[in-house]
Design a protein around this ligand. Sequence first.
Ligand SMILES: *Cc1c(COP(=O)(O)O)cnc(C)c1O
Length: 365
Amino acid sequence: MKTLIPLIKPYIPPKNILMPAIEEILYSGYIAEGKEVYEFEDMFKAYIGNKYCLAVHSGTDALHLALKLAGVKPDDEVISTPLTAEPTNTTIAMMGAKVIWADIDINNGLIDPDSVVKLITSKTKAIVVVHYAGMVCDMNRLNKISKDYNIPIIEDSAHAMGAKYKGKYIGTNSPYTIFSLQAIKQMTTIDGGFLCVKNEEDYTNGRLMRWFGLDKTKSRLDNDIKTVGYKYAMNNVNATVGKIQMHFLDKVLDKYISNGKYYDKELCGIKGIELVKYSDDTEPSYWLYTMKVERRDSFIKMLESNGVIASPLHHRNDTHSIFADSKRLLPNMDKFYNSFVHIPCGWWVNETDRKFIVDCIKSGW
Ligand SMILES: *Cc1c(COP(=O)(O)O)cnc(C)c1O
């Protein structure tokens, strides 16, 4: 049996750099939110190019805060996509709001702006878009819709660290963008997340809300909680991992991107494969390499017999029982769901591996 090439694998920095730093912080007496968190935030802000970024305990926490800051209330409507990981939509349910499913673009599985427009009502409070698998949504058209109807966009960028829109990193475009630093994402702090906002007011309110509504810059006795917050802060231990990860981030992302571009070139024109179309003015960061294949089950079996893991990975969210009230026809989702697949594309896939994967595919299934 050949060694398996997995579909996902966490990048953990070298032991001789990571372990002394973890040991130091663990015994420092300061393991909760503190200096390490603020330093990690500063590094991330400089990287993304947005001074309003807040470190939190998870991407899910960041989504919940984004929905709160966007003013979503019980019985409001939030337009979202079914092709994503569940937290994108369970957080909308947490708010007591109703998920309104937009259909996806058949060419890439990303939320379809035409479908979004048709679903807007006086109850729509936010539009959640997901840069699925590292591909960036059609932000030119989505930005216009957001402006025309005055409805904020929340970009779920849990899959798309390092992806770009108009030459700038995702995280600077919409009023709210979230990142996940969970185990399987492009950069992990074991668990963690970021909420990136666009103005001082959201930044201040988000900061208060990640810590019960208490203002950490004042003493406890001088505090007065005016809005209920949560316990969503990142701690110094996760932030220590994050600070070290930042030194490797470009190198790690470059591997994903170079493998993705290699597949774009090498898999073009193969019978039985349809490559995805990337949106105008965007650069994907290829968390997973996505394509459509004929006879998907045989394709997956053929690669597996060669030691390569391929999978569609995500369960369309609209079929879960908790979303029964939101059910509607999504013809493009139905079609895409039966044919899309992901192949390994990350930092662990070397030049020999990726050529081997392409050769396997070229030999047929
Ligand atoms: C991972 C993920 C999240 C949630 O992030 P956590 O850090 O695991 O809470 C949200 N949205 C998408 C699309 C994800 O893949």
